[in-house]
Design a protein around this ligand. Structure first.
Ligand SMILES: [Zn+2]
Length: 150
């Protein structure tokens, strides 16, 4: 794949991402890179947040908070399988809490919902994938975690 191809692929993917989620996701600039979630870090107390914060709730200072790229690997803390999906979602699917090396525990859909493949504390990797379909049937993308071994 040439650099031009991956560039247009990234652009096409960007257009599919839920506008509410796109400020939280950094797409890979080339096919050798991986997507990352964007969090915030307070320069004063060093606490890291996801989703991003404008003001640190500890220090209450706006100018102290900066965007950081979070690790795209994590460990599964817990999960559940959703069998009664909202409109636009395909059931069954799994959602869970993922522990990142930064000390954050974030809520995320999982790319795998076969209970034989999901184990508590398993290594997970961030992916950008289809989450649902909108009212017109168009695919809406967001972030998920998939088992790092798959
Ligand atoms: Zn702070």
């Amino acid at each position: 794949m040439t650099t031009d191809d991956s560039g247009s692929e990234t652009q096409a993917l960007e257009d599919l991402i839920d506008p509410k989620l796109s400020p939280l996701i950094q797409l890979p600039g080339s096919c050798s890179e991986k997507p990352h979630l964007i969090g915030s870090k307070c320069k004063s107390c060093k606490e890291i947040f996801f989703p991003k914060r404008v003001i640190c709730p500890n220090c209450l200072k706006e100018e102290e908070v900066e965007d950081i790229l979070l690790s795209n690997k994590g460990k599964l803390y817990t999960y559940c399988i959703v069998k009664a999906a909202p409109l636009g979602f395909d059931a069954p699917y799994a959602i869970g809490y993922v522990d990142l090396p930064e000390g954050l525990r974030i809520f995320s859909p999982l790319a795998e919902c076969d209970q034989e493949h999901i184990k508590i504390n398993m290594e997970l990797e961030l992916v950008v994938d289809k989450i649902r379909e909108d009212e017109t049937g168009k695919a809406v993308y967001g972030y998920k975690f998939k088992p790092a071994s798959l």
